[in-house]
Structure formats: structure tokens, C-alpha cells
Design a protein around this ligand. Structure first.
Ligand code: GDP
Length: 394
């Protein structure tokens, strides 16, 4: 049929830990189909989407968090996101969770000893020791939870809206950003169907620009969008870019919008500085904002300062630190939050001199929360849902 290369992977040293073989052919549709037909005729079965990775998980070579990272690596939009995926695949998160589980298990074993042999230890010493161990585990969980702020940005980008009155220069700014040589743009449909989101990676600054369709539509439609819409958009954003034509006087509308948006997550752009300035950082409500920059979107002046501001606002320089574990997955974050709750409950029960088996019940819940991340405790439904997101051949 063809001249092929067959690689044989002897178990357990294969992707799935089973005996496997791969056939590399010269490619081309006809030849690939013929080879596939021949395999199927001789007893092979077609794999489901994600089946190889699922088998690797079910056979215990990787845990569920590692399996999930395979999708992250495939879908990565930035180098950084791919790197985080790789770290997770290598088991950084799996090991951290395993560590915490061991610690909680240790506390549980101690509690069981004290239930079985009440005379074995003086309760005060034991209690102190248990409390210390629980505090330590709690600290680790809390630091993982906190990392999600950054993890979310790495994965989803900084949710950004551009607002301002008609003719302020919104679409000019958008074009300037998108035309940057350094920008890599991925367009996708927003969560609500009528918005378009654009993921822009400018030299490692991940921006998720929302409702860019509104900005691009005709002038009349922009008039219709109005103040209310601007306020609503600003509420859902991580970053608000308020752009104003600084060559004209401010209006009440400008002040009204500025009054409702959060200065801590806003960058005010004084646009059209090439036309001479009537507005500066002390004018009207702008004086309440600390991130104000001058720009000419038309001449593409002030963009670098703009990017520097974003980097500073979101600690993106610190985000470059690679040693820490980042939670990038919402599912993991939810389980970590539950584990924190249950661990606090265990601590409280101990503090309030509740029967020691009540403490043990909360600790068991912590273990099961963490087991949802690594997969031992995840239901079949969740596991199937996760692997259904894979494509064929992975
Ligand atoms: P939008 O309605 O907020 O999207 O504003 P546009 O980006 O469509 O800009 C409105 C007008 O202002 C257009 O004619 C632009 O070329 C012009 N404009 C935008 N930015 C600048 C600038 O920095 N300097 C000058 N001189 N004109 C600008």
C-alpha cells in the first residue's frame, strides 16, 4: 500500500501505559483512509475524542489535572499560557495537591489515634500540633486560590472595554492596537452571541477586548449605544479604557460616565493631543483618576506608555515569575475554595471542643474536594465532560 514507519511502544512505557503502535505514512487522504480501513478490518477500533489521554488518566499515568492541561496546551493563545499548561502536565499542581492531601491525612491519622487510644497523648499537645498542621495546609490552599487572579489573566486575558463618546477615537485606538506589529489577534464570539471578543497578545500583554463589534459599527449605532450601555460594559470589565477627545471641552456626559466607573481599573486616555489640549488630568472628574495618559491614536503616539500602564496595573512583570504554581482552571479554583471552607470548619470544631470525630468528618470533606482536582473523587460525569472537550487523536 505504502512505505510506512511503525513505532511500537511496549507497555507500560507508552502514552496510555498500554501496548501501542503508531503508523506514520506518507500522508494524503487516499492513503490514510486505506491504511485506516486495513487496521479496522483487522480488529482495530476508532478512538473517541480524547481517548488516549483518558486512558493515560484511567491507567494512572497522569492525574486529572494533568489530563486537563493537555487541552490548555493545545488551545494556548500565548507562550505564557502554553508554559503554564506544560507545568501542569509535568505535575506541578498534582504534586502540590498531593502534598496538602498528605498533610491533611496526617492530621486525620492523629485524630483517629486519639479516638482509639484516648490515653495516648495529652490532648493539649495533640491539639496544638493538629492546629499547626491545619494552619499550614490552609496557607498553601489559600496561596493556590489567590494565584487564580493571575491564572485567569494568563488564560483568558484582561477583560477590556473601550468606552467614550462618539468621535473620541475609540475605533482609531482599537485599530492602532490591532495593527501593532507585536500584536497577535484571535477573534472569537463572546459569551453572549451579539458581542465579538478579540484576544490580543501584545508582547505578552494578554488583552481580551470585548464588544469591539459595537465600536466598529456605524456612527448612528454608536449614538444609540449611549451612556447606559457604557456603564453596563464597564461593570463587567477588568480594565476600562475611557477615551476622550482632549481637543474639545468636556461634557456632562463625560463626567457622568466617569462618576460611575472604578478609577482603580481605569485608564483615561486624553486623545487627539496633536490638535492641542483643552483638557488635562485635572479637568472635571478626571482629577479622581490616577492613570491618565496623553495620546494621538491617529499618529500612534502614546501607545507604549499605554502598554506600560497596563503592565503596571496588573502586575504583569511579576506574573513573569515562573516558579510559582498558577491555578488557571475554574474547576480547580472552586474545589480549592471548598477545601478551604471545610478545613476552616475542622479548625473551628477543634477550637470549640466539638467531638473529635466531627473534626474528622470535615477533614474527610477536604480530602474529597482535593480528590476532585486530581480525579480520584471526580464523578464519571465530570470526567466524561472533560474528555469530551478533546479532539480526535489526543
Ligand atoms: P469613535 O467614534 O470613538 O470610534 O472615534 P473614531 O476613532 O472613529 O474617530 C473619530 C474621528 O477622529 C476620526 O475622523 C479620526 O480619524 C479622528 N481621530 C481619532 N484619533 C485622533 C487623533 O489622535 N488625532 C486626530 N487629529 N484625529 C483623531
Amino acid at each position: 500500500m505504502d512505505e510506512v514507519l511503525v513505532s511500537y511502544f511496549k507497555k507500560p512505557r507508552s502514552y496510555t501505559t498500554e501496548d501501542m503502535c503508531e503508523i506514520n505514512s506518507h500522508g494524503g487522504n487516499v492513503m490514510m483512509h486505506q491504511i485506516l480501513e486495513l487496521c479496522l478490518k483487522n480488529g482495530a477500533e476508532l478512538a473517541e475524542p480524547g481517548e488516549f489521554t483518558k486512558r493515560a488518566f484511567l491507567n494512572g499515568r497522569i492525574d486529572l489535572s494533568q489530563a486537563e492541561s493537555v487541552i490548555d496546551i493545545i488551545n494556548a493563545k500565548t507562550d505564557r499560557e502554553a508554559r503554564e499548561g506544560m507545568k501542569q502536565l509535568e505535575g506541578f499542581l498534582a504534586n502540590a495537591i498531593q502534598d496538602i492531601k498528605t498533610q491533611v491525612l496526617d492530621v486525620m491519622t492523629n485524630i483517629e489515634v486519639s479516638i482509639d487510644y484516648p490515653e495516648y497523648d495529652t490532648p493539649e499537645i495533640l491539639e496544638d500540633d493538629l492546629r499547626k498542621k491545619m494552619d499550614d495546609a490552609l496557607k498553601k490552599l489559600e496561596s493556590l486560590e489567590k494565584s487564580f487572579d493571575t491564572g485567569k489573566i494568563v488564560k483568558e486575558g484582561i477583560k477590556t472595554v473601550i468606552i467614550g463618546r462618539p468621535n473620541a477615537g475609540k475605533s482609531s485606538l482599537l485599530n492602532a492596537i490591532l495593527k501593532e506589529e507585536r500584536a497577535i489577534v484571535t477573534e472569537f464570539e463572546g459569551t453572549t452571541r451579539d458581542t465579538i471578543e478579540e484576544f490580543v497578545n501584545i508582547n505578552g500583554i494578554p488583552l481580551n477586548l470585548i464588544d469591539t463589534a459595537g465600536i466598529r459599527s456605524t456612527q448612528n449605532e454608536i449614538e444609540k449605544i449611549g451612556i447606559e450601555k457604557s456603564k453596563k460594559m464597564a461593570k463587567q470589565a477588568d480594565l476600562i479604557i475611557f477615551i476622550i477627545d482632549s481637543s474639545k471641552n468636556m461634557t456632562e456626559e463625560d463626567d457622568e460616565i466617569l462618576e460611575t466607573i472604578n478609577p482603580n481599573k481605569t485608564i483615561v486616555i486624553l486623545n487627539k493631543i496633536d490638535l492641542g489640549q483643552k483638557i488635562n488630568d485635572k479637568t472635571g472628574k478626571i482629577r479622581d483618576f490616577k492613570n491618565v495618559i496623553k495620546m494621538s491614536a491617529l499618529k500612534r503616539e502614546g501607545l507604549d506608555e499605554f502598554y506600560e500602564k497596563i503592565t503596571a496595573l496588573f502586575n504583569l512583570n511579576e506574573v513573569q515569575v515562573d516558579n510559582d504554581i498558577l491555578i488557571t482552571n475554574e474547576r480547580h479554583k472552586i474545589q480549592i475554595q471548598k477545601a478551604i471552607q471545610n478545613l476552616n470548619m475542622a479548625k473551628d470544631s477543634l477550637e470549640n471542643k466539638m467531638p473529635i470525630d466531627i473534626v474528622a468528618i470535615s477533614l474527610k470533606d477536604v480530602l474529597s474536594n482535593l480528590g476532585e482536582i486530581t480525579g480520584e473523587e471526580a464523578s464519571e460525569e465530570i470526567i466524561n465532560e472533560i474528555f469530551s472537550r478533546f479532539c480526535l487523536g489526543k
